[in-house]
Structure formats: structure tokens, C-alpha cells
Design a protein around this ligand. Structure first.
Ligand SMILES: C[S@@+](CC[C@H](N)C(=O)[O-])C[C@H]1O[C@@H](n2cnc3c(N)ncnc32)[C@H](O)[C@@H]1O
Ligand SMILES: Nc1nc2[nH]cc(C(=O)O)c2c(=O)[nH]1
Ligand code: SF4
Ligand SMILES: [Mg+2]
Length: 209
């Protein structure tokens, strides 16, 4: 990468783009809704069960001008999901400003581990034990989506729920490889603790991206 491109990436005017696809939001509150996904490369959080490890190394994904990303997105949908990788690795202000100028609804999927940038209509906060969210992101989270890999994740979920704002919707989502073991425990937990809801990765059942 040239120094010039590196500078533009640092400003958030170019972003390492892994993939973009029009699909159905599979998870959380907006599951079932058509949306255009923008997957930005780069993540240092290191979840051992991450289902998109190919995203981690930003250098493998071409620095792309945000104008190009927005132009593509505009062809498909008014609802845009920015995911990754960890989108908050980068300055999200320029991209979200440009999407907003086009009248888009902008959602983010984030671990919240890095400084909150960007203007968001919906913030899905999926906290990770290895790198906890920043204090500011708890205040703006629209939904809290805790991945359940083992029983300790129920304790972690309650600890995280104590930090979010009062309107935040609470979800427990089974880690995909542990879904047969953890889903029945999640079902029991939600019946005992009805402030929580179940979230499934429905796109994986539908065999869509
Ligand atoms: C790949 S991450 C990218 C966005 C951001 N880095 C994050 O973790 O929120 C998108 C969503 O998928 C969830 N996820 C990743 N791997 C998963 C798995 N194996 N099973 C269930 N959910 C998973 C994450 O917790 C997050 O909510
Ligand atoms: N269909 C679909 N829904 C999703 N919701 C969150 C996803 C993500 O990887 O951020 C995702 C994804 O990869 N596909
Ligand atoms: S924070 Fe998100 S992208 Fe990064 S390793 Fe964890 S699940 Fe994967
Ligand atoms: Mg995914």
C-alpha cells in the first residue's frame, strides 16, 4: 500500500473492502429484512470461533474509495449493514455521512471494542470477553447480542446487560458449532429470564450469505 493510500484509509475515505452482498439480515431484531451488507476487513479481537476469520487481516482486502462502496450499495437497498471484520477499527464518519446523504438506513454489527465513530440508525453490539466494549457504545446500543459458546456466557451476558441503556433489546445467540448443545440451554434461560430473546443465524439455515 502506498503512503498516500494509507493516509486515505486512516481517514476513513478508503476502506479495506472484503465483500458486499445483498441478502436478508439473518440475526437479531431485523432478521428477515432485506439489506445490503458491506464487510470491511480488519479485526484484532481474535474470537476463536469467529465465522469470518478471512476478514481479520486488513492487508488482504483492497483499499476501496467509499464513493464506490456507496454507489454500489445505492443500487440495491435503502437498508445497509456495515460489518466486518470489526468496522470500528476504522473511522466510520466519512462512510456513514455519505450513506446518510443518500437517505440510507445504516446499521452496524460491532464488538464495540474500538472508538465509536459514524452515525447509526441501529447499533448491534456483540461484546467479546477478550476485548470489552468501550463505555460510550453501551449508551447507544440498540440491541445487545451475546454469543453463547459455553455456560459462562450466560454470566457474561448478564454482566453486559447491566451496562447497556434501558431500551436496548437483549439477545442470546448460539455459537454456530455449539448450537446443538447450547440452543436448549438458551431456550430454558430465556423462559426463566424473559427479558432476553433468542437470536439464531437464520441465514445459515436458509443457505444464503
Ligand atoms: C463476524 S461478526 C463482525 C462484526 C463484529 N466484529 C462483531 O463481532 O460484532 C458479525 C456477528 O457474527 C457473530 N458471530 C461470529 N461468529 C459467530 C459464530 N461462530 N456463531 C454465532 N455468531 C457468530 C458476531 O458475534 C457478530 O454478532
Ligand atoms: N445474512 C446475514 N446476516 C448477518 N447478520 C450479521 C452478519 C454478519 O456477519 O455481520 C450476517 C451475515 O453474514 N449474513
Ligand atoms: S470481533 Fe467479530 S470479526 Fe472480530 S473475531 Fe470476533 S466475531 Fe470475528
Ligand atoms: Mg456473518
Amino acid at each position: 500500500m502506498t503512503e498516500e493510500v494509507q493516509k486515505l484509509v486512516n481517514k476513513g475515505v478508503m476502506l479495506p473492502l472484503m465483500e458486499e452482498f445483498y441478502t436478508i439480515q439473518g440475526e437479531g431484531y431485523h432478521k428477515g429484512t432485506a439489506a445490503y451488507f458491506i464487510r470491511v476487513g480488519g479485526c484484532d479481537v481474535g474470537c476463536h470461533w469467529c465465522d469470518v476469520k478471512e476478514s481479520w487481516n486488513a492487508e488482504l482486502h483492497p483499499p476501496t474509495p467509499i464513493g464506490k462502496i456507496v454507489e454500489n450499495a445505492a443500487k440495491y437497498s435503502k437498508t445497509i449493514v456495515i460489518t466486518g471484520g470489526e468496522p470500528l477499527t476504522w473511522n466510520m464518519n466519512p462512510l456513514t455521512e455519505m450513506l446518510k446523504a443518500q437517505g440510507m438506513q445504516i446499521h452496524i454489527e460491532t464488538s464495540g471494542a474500538y472508538k465509536l465513530t459514524g452515525t447509526w440508525d441501529w447499533v448491534c453490539l456483540s461484546p467479546k470477553k477478550m476485548k470489552l466494549p468501550t463505555e460510550e457504545v453501551y449508551k447507544v446500543a440498540s440491541e445487545l447480542k451475546v454469543i453463547v459458546f459455553n455456560k459462562d456466557d450466560f454470566r457474561f451476558a448478564e454482566e453486559q446487560a447491566a451496562k447497556v441503556n434501558k431500551d436496548c433489546i437483549l439477545y442470546l445467540q448460539p455459537e454456530w458449532s455449539k448450537r446443538e448443545k447450547m440452543s436448549p440451554l438458551i431456550v430454558d434461560y430465556v423462559m426463566q429470564n424473559p427479558q432476553w430473546k433468542v437470536s439464531l443465524q437464520t441465514h445459515k439455515y436458509l443457505n444464503i450469505p
